[in-house]
Design a protein around this ligand. Sequence first.
Ligand SMILES: [Fe+2]
Length: 224
Amino acid sequence: MCGTDHSHDHDHGPFGFLVDTPEIRALIGETERMMGSDADPSSRVNALKPAFAKLLSSDGWLPDQLAQPDEKSRMGDGIGQYALYRAEDGSLCLFSLVVPPGASTPVHDHLAWGLVGIYRGEQDETVYRRLDDGSNPAQAQLEVAKRQELRPGDLYALIPPTDDIHYVKTISESASISIHLLANDTACVWRHKYDPASGAVTPFRSGYANAPCPAEQSTTSSSS
Ligand SMILES: [Fe+2]
């Protein structure tokens, strides 16, 4: 059960509302109601778009320290990823992603349905489609499926496996800040980075700058 009244530490916390504002509570409450319904992921994200758009159009709820680049970023390029809400059971999270001007994320996947929207700045998003059958965990054959420019208020759905692999680049003169609502604990799950040129697939955990993940499992791959 999520929806704790305040964030609290566990061995791999904190969980709950790391940023506790009415706007965030409204969106998380609506999402939990949808997750308790029979709706499929596509219907869920469509039903959540109005509440998500309302958060994107509201000012003043994102603390300055969660809107800054992170020099210690595990995604590289000073990209900051900050948890705003984390369900303790790993079923849901809300986070901000701060991408400095000119910086790009790695090509990556998310492994959960959700919504992403632009709060500040502008991004160029490149989405890939996978051409192979996924049977080789270390290799993927990717081709560009679409590109789009995103401005504040723009939002899009992630519904794996379609459109789950992408990267974003900040094209504004100031950092872009995107807000992500996803049905997992995105920064703490083992997901994948892709090199479209070589086809290499690398497991990684991006991590939150403001909340630790469970202890690293020993794996054969490093997250470099
Ligand atoms: Fe992403």
